[in-house]
Design a protein around this ligand. Sequence first.
Ligand code: UDP
Ligand code: MG
Length: 310
Amino acid sequence: MKKLSIIVPCFNEEETIPIFFETIDKIINSMNDVVAEYLFIDDGSSDRTINEIHKLNMEHPAEVHFVSFSRNFGKESALYAGLKEASGDYIVVMDVDLQDPPELLPKMYEYLKNEEFDCVGTRRTNREGEPPIRSFFANQFYKLINSISSTNIVNGARDYRMMTRQMVNAILSVTEYNRFSKGIFSWVGFKTKFIEYHNIERVAGNTSWSFWKLFKYSLDGIMDFSEVPLSIASWTGVLSFISAVIGLIFIVIRAIMVPASSVSGWASLTCIVLLIGGLQLLCLGIVGKYIGKIYLQSKNRPIYIVKEKK
Ligand code: UDP
Ligand code: MG
């Protein structure tokens, strides 16, 4: 018998937890050489999520375990906590809203059991049911990050993936504070197989990701896995220096050849000053963002704080 740890981050999911457990339990029971260990991570929910988890833990004390955070630390922290607590031979990470098709579990397990792969990931081939503007920006994000980062981040790849113990240990050895899991999964390497499926909508409840939250998350992802924004800052500086020198030469030559009689050109001058000032602030901002990340990392704060654990 192999042990499969199922890590489930939950944030305000009181409606979905019972449906989730029932569905997964059926599938696990149909796999005959696997025992499951459920690890629910309550990410500081403000509804009755923890009560639902307590209930499951009372009913199945051997299989259902949980970690409850002292506040909302975000899905990335919840994933890290789950991976840290998991004791299985194989570990799978799943959303609780059943958007990650559970019927893929046996197939994923087969790939790992045959030792063909170290990790089986999943990829959405479409984004049906999502606002078009969000899909557009998501696609642009993947294009951008893959063109400027050496870590490959697969478009549409979900966090839903099954991994071997060896790969999970590798992920746990990455202890950085700013965690962009999609990047970390790919960064640690190992042989990964992607299974494709069509997007499925939530069974109940609402998504907790606003457009703004996703936008900030994508910027963090870019900065955690690329230093290209920093080079953009320096290259803008070089370009503006070169154009200033060319302009200066032009002005000097003109002053010698055609002596100016009246003051003109102050409007364009103001524009140029503002433009350069703006570019300087932008570059300073980029540098500042990276320093902010270094600052957070150097404080060495824990990635999450546990309130209750079983
Ligand atoms: N989640 C979490 N902490 C958060 C936000 C979300 O643990 O701060 C969990 C949530 O309960 C769910 C998963 O992460 O199990 C995915 O969230 P959601 O379904 O809201 O995202 P979407 O599927 O819309 O990308
Ligand atoms: Mg979801």
